[in-house]
Design a protein around this ligand. Sequence first.
Ligand code: HPA
Length: 257
Amino acid sequence: MEIKIAVIGGTGVYDPDILNDIRDEKVSTPYGDVELKIGKHQGIMVAFMNRHGEGHSIPPNMVNYRANIDALKRLGVKNILATAAVGSLNPLMQPGHLIFVDQFLDFTKFRQQTFFDGGSAGVVHTDMTDPYCPELREVLSLAAQSQGLTYHNGGVYVCTEGPRFETAAEIKMYRMMGGDLVGMTGVPEAPLAREAEICYATIAMVTNFAAGISPVRLLHQEVVDTMIQNGENMRKLLMQAIARVDIDRACACHNIA
Ligand code: HPA
């Protein structure tokens, strides 16, 4: 059976305990092998991928984004719900809030950004006007509403190279440019999903106010702790959203050409 929906678990979302009948699967791609789990939620087959690998062993700048998205494509996945811990630059987006981002600003530096490397792979310039699937964002909003969760449908995600956190001046600059949130993994994951013609939405959870806005220095542990404290909300949202997505629908994301 094809697996049409996947969850990519980011920092603090390591456990596919929303699923039953879980099995391990290894998918080989031209970019490397990917290990993931496959299980069921309310009779729907779901793939669960750990973005940072076993025991959070892969930093954001070293994630093999192309292998991850290609592996999901090979399984037949048409919908990806990706979780992400983020810092906030926007006073209205507070720790524990969920944001279904609608735009990104890319400040990554050294990442493979495309499947289309020229030669036999071809040269493709993908439209990125709306990088996140509006239909999946709508499903997430309805799911969050039904669970009484605090959410924002829309927000500008700034992706940095990492793995260091930002300087106070960088955060000030990102804010002036219109950024709401900052994280290290959204790019190239979102554009690669679009190239692969897979609907993709990010569930960003604010774990902290960003550098220079927060009165204290940032620690990765603070990020992990906030994700764990709010883990139940993330689980509720994922379960509701998976049940609500029409996995067989046609969507503009499936036709980039
Ligand atoms: N900056 C970058 N990435 C993050 C942050 C942050 O403040 N919080 C969680 N991920």
